[in-house]
Ligand binder design. Sequence first.
Ligand code: F3S
Length: 770
Amino acid sequence: KNLVQIPKEFQSRAVPYAKLISKLEQVKAITNNTPLTLAEKILYSHLCDPEESLTSSNLHDIRGLEYLKLNPDRVAMQDASAQMAMLQFMTTGLPQTSVPASIHCDHLIVGKDGESKDLPSSITTNKEVFDFLQSCADKYGIQFWGPGSGIIHQIVLENFSLPGLMMLGTDSHTPNAGGLGSIAIGVGGADAVDALTGTPWELKAPKILGVKLTGKLHDWTSPKDVITKLAGVLTVRGGTGYIVEYFGEGVESLSCTGMATICNMGAEIGATTSTFPYQEAHGRYLKATGRGILADAAEAALNNYNFLKADQGAQYDKVVEINLSELEPHVNGPFTPDLSTPISEFGSKTLKENWPQKISAGLIGSCTNSSYQDMSRAVHLVNQASKAGLKPRIPFFVTPGSEQIRATLERDGIIKTFKDNGATVLANACGPCIGQWDRQDVPKTSKETNSIFTSFNRNFRARNDGNRNTMNFLTSPEMVTAMIYSGDAQFNPITDSIKLDDGSDFKFVPPQGLELPEDGFLLGRKEFYPPVDPTPDSSVEIKVSPTSDRLQLLEPFKPWSGEELKTNVLMKVEGKCTTDHISAAGVWLKYKGHLENISYNTLIGAQNKETGEVNKAYDFDGTAYGIPELMMKWKQDKIPWTVVAEHNYGEGSAREHAALSPKFLGGQIILVKSFARIHETNLKKQGVLPLTFAEEADYDRISSGDALETLSLVDMVAKDGANGGELDVKITKPSGESFTIKAKHTMSKDQIAFFKAGSAINHIGETSRA
Ligand code: F3S
């Protein structure tokens, strides 16, 4: 009662508010009406069984400690990660997915000359993979968004994300959907298979980080600056173990798409996800994207049941405050998204740090920043420059996030203005954001550093053009656009002028744009839209050629032997080791569906602590190998191995190949100072044992070639992990000298079951057969 009846055509896209609210009432009863944050309300209303998960009436006692078993509402997968998710789903033998799901072909599309050339050639190159994904979608009743239809997160925002929704996505920027009030979490394919098979999905109860926004965005400042500033404050590890929840009157000055930009880049601070309470901007966006009835449903849940916003008195574990009225545009980078510099200090910093003075390219769009508001503000600057007779001084690329946004921008003359002013408009796909930039002006192997300005979200080495010496500075689309007219790192568009040919000075006025298109959104080319509710078709045959180099059916990993693990340290990694270092993207993306072939990228970006070399590891006799080559050799020689590393190992993305490949190559233990959450979970899902040093200084006592064996694993497994704890690990040097250290683990009972079975998928298969 007091909730909106949802018509049939919207039912698979609606949030089951009645069910969630009744679960929440159960939660309230257990917790004696403890005030809840918004994130807790959404998360706990998706618990399979509140009685089982909420072991204490004090929710603070479970944050960061207990595992929650959850039933997500939906799954979204991008083409690179969907291959492995589907290969794993196939091994379960189920006829269809348990929840609505979608596949999006976006990562495999190259960015070079523009959509008309890049899209057909990318479709040809990746035909086998797209056909495989389409046949899986047809067989299991999954929505298939083909190449050119758009980027996963933009399509999810336009079609699926909703206030109160809980979804999983096989991409680390899945939290983008939090801009529309969802709890959307980036996971690997094995986690997606949990949701797709109706298996409870486990998450350690997150802590809640409140970000209070005061004041109002103004002039040059954009939503991007909220998150680039926050990344500077919290660093790439600051959000680990937290859901970030925004509140405060400053939220009211944000558009829905602006909130999505902020949530998208919550991944850059390591947060589990980010979300916003229901706003009028959400209602406006839902109506503009043809979902007015779902806006009414959300408003009824908010107004009648106080759902979709935090309770009065809800407690955050930490609060950060940002005053939007004082916020300045920021530029983050190079090589890490938390190196944050206000634009007023950027020029002097480039001199101090000896960064290039010439900017070599500007790129806007992607899943992070291709909204109507972003593009209309950017084009406002282009129009000003064009009127003054200015032309871009450096290459300029625009990536629309979806066919809907592209078609709308085209109708409103924005695409034409970009093109008339020298921009290359790329396909509606990831392109340069994921290393698929076929860059013509700077060779991949160039030893000279060059700087690019992008409105993307991630800037690890080689991320965009495959060149380790390209410095990617992340900033708002407005800043990138202004910068292409100067190309000079010293230029601050807010205060500085550009000399025109006639000697006069040109100065930009602050950008202006529209939150939403005045004439509504245009869907664009119909062929890009799949049916809303696809029916599974068991007669569809999924073909994988045994000679394919792109796709390979999965062989289940062997179960645990039941004994202590006896391994050798293959290599000690120094410093930052992101999922890009562990499982490089770029050219390797094409092998995502072929575990053996892609495994030859394992840790090729990692630096050897003992020699300072990248992608070099040494066999017992001192022979040098590439890291994956030595792993393969040890696999063949039946020598199980451990890799030792430093902080935030696996930072960056949900890339499950960063866990699958080490397991495939014979890795049994990853021992580090700390893990990024998604990667740690991915390792557990593949049956690799993730351990952290109890004493960080022990990192220095271990060398490659040392024997490393667990002493109390059997006992730990017998106790079902006891929800985390310590293990004794014995290190033996080649000289025979040995010592024992303590290592911590965070294995839950279910994760112990995965470990025993050899992988989570093996366990799901065993359970569904039983
Ligand atoms: Fe694609 Fe880059 Fe977004 S890879 S999903 S556009 S972060």
